[in-house]
Design a protein around this ligand. Structure first.
Ligand code: UDP
Ligand code: GLC
Length: 380
């Protein structure tokens, strides 16, 4: 099957990393069309996936756009729409991986008469989107998509609550190649040396720097932990959250934690870094649609504490394969971190359970088979 994948971003967010795994089995006969240039294009090329940047000017609609802003952005989409429609005629199916890709993909699917699949990576709720953006996404999906692949039960439920048709939806979790997360001790020691982490209890946070990803909650919790506890913050502000970055640095300074928090920026060697941590925390203050970092930490055998909301609750069972804490509650987070510090054996058993569970439940080849089965249907 020849697929035209569409994604609005040139940056490496979770939805984009997920798309690489989905597009790979189709790489000899498919194209990924992007609406912006960037590292995502390079990574697709490195994976031998054909990619083309289709938009010549950035599409500025924000997650919180009002009606007029949305309309203005829409008119700017017309040249892109014409281009996508022309290309789509050479493919059997359009696979929209983001919301702006859905807007363009939906209209192109009508003009080019090709079925449309929408991969929903977001929780379509007012916590994450403006009312107009929500309505546009749900209406387009209901009207034009033959299939909506939700990345979790939480994303599926929010879609239906926002007016989406339940019968269009299928839940497919992100898949992972567990081998990539088995890191030899020698590599782990090298990283620990490079980052001067030896002798410390290292907590890793692996997310883009954005208020709702809640890095500030971890920093606040760190102030309640013994001095050997150190935090590495891995990730960059991908979407212009520079004020938040400044606030984080200020918070670290105010709490006197300069020697215990390292900002590492965006890194490509996540499995190595996660394996060098004693604990990984996920601290999103709004419900996380899925949370790739949670599964990645599990696959590294590193115990994980996640915020109890959204898709994270489908991934973590408290005390069985990880820990859950109330979103936004830094005191509770500090308590659980301190428990992990003290109860090393129980925590190690939990991390081991998590690794076994995650390597089976989120196995990339099983997930890719699931998607292949689903994609046969919209062809009919
Ligand atoms: N990630 C990365 N480098 C970084 C920080 C994060 O490659 O410096 C990856 C991380 O391993 C994960 C993805 O970015 O695979 C983030 O996905 P997630 O689903 O956790 O959150 P999103 O940012 O998509 O909301
Ligand atoms: C989105 C979501 C994240 C999810 C990823 C992959 O970026 O924010 O929770 O893990 O997509 O589906």
């Amino acid at each position: 099957m020849k697929i035209l994948f569409l994604d609005q971003s040139g940056k490496l967010g979770g939805a984009e990393l997920c798309l690489i795994d989905i597009a790979k089995p189709y790489c000899d006969r498919s194209l990924v069309g992007l609406f912006a240039d960037g590292d995502f294009k390079t990574l697709l090329q490195q994976n031998q996936i054909s990619v083309e940047v289709l938009a010549t000017q950035p599409i500025k609609v924000q997650k919180q756009s009002n009606f007029f802003q949305a309309l203005a952005s829409f008119t700017k989409l017309i040249p892109l729409l014409i281009k996508v429609t022309k290309i789509a005629r050479k493919y059997d199916l359009i696979y929209a991986n983001t919301q702006k890709a859905l807007v363009v993909g939906a209209l192109a699917s009508i003009l080019a008469r090709r079925p449309l699949v929408y991969h929903l990576h977001d929780i379509l709720s007012l916590e994450h989107f403006s009312p107009i953006n929500l309505r546009v996404a749900v209406t387009l999906a209901n009207t034009f998509a033959s299939l909506v692949i939700a990345n979790s039960q939480a994303s599926q439920t929010a879609f239906v609550q926002a007016g989406g048709k339940a019968e269009l939806t299928e839940i497919v979790y992100n898949g992972f190649d567990s081998k990539k997360y088995q890191i030899p001790d020698i590599e782990i020691q090298k990283i620990q040396q490079e980052l001067e982490l030896n002798g410390k209890f290292v907590i890793g946070h692996f997310s883009r720097l954005a208020p709702w990803k809640g890095q500030h909650i971890l920093i606040a919790a760190l102030a309640e932990c013994p001095p050997q506890v150190t935090v590495i913050l891995v990730g960059d502000a991908l979407f212009g959250e520079q004020d938040y970055v400044r606030e984080l640095h200020q918070q670290v300074k105010t709490l006197g934690l300069e020697n215990r928090v390292k900002f590492l920026g965006f890194r490509a060697n996540i499995p190595q870094l996660m394996s060098a941590c004693n604990l990984v925390t996920h601290t999103s203050t709004a419900p996380e649609p899925f949370g790739r970092v949670i599964i990645e930490a599990m696959l590294c055998g590193t115990p994980v504490i996640a915020a109890k909301a959204g898709g994270a609750m489908e991934l973590v069972e408290h005390g069985v394969n990880g820990f859950l804490t109330t979103p936004g509650d830094s005191e509770e987070l500090a308590k659980v971190i301190n428990t992990c510090l003290q109860e090393i054996e129980i925590t190690a058993t939990i991390a081991n359970n998590a690794r076994n569970m995650a390597s089976q439940r989120f196995d990339i080849s099983t997930i890719n088979q699931q998607i292949a089965q689903l994609l046969i249907f919209p062809q009919k």
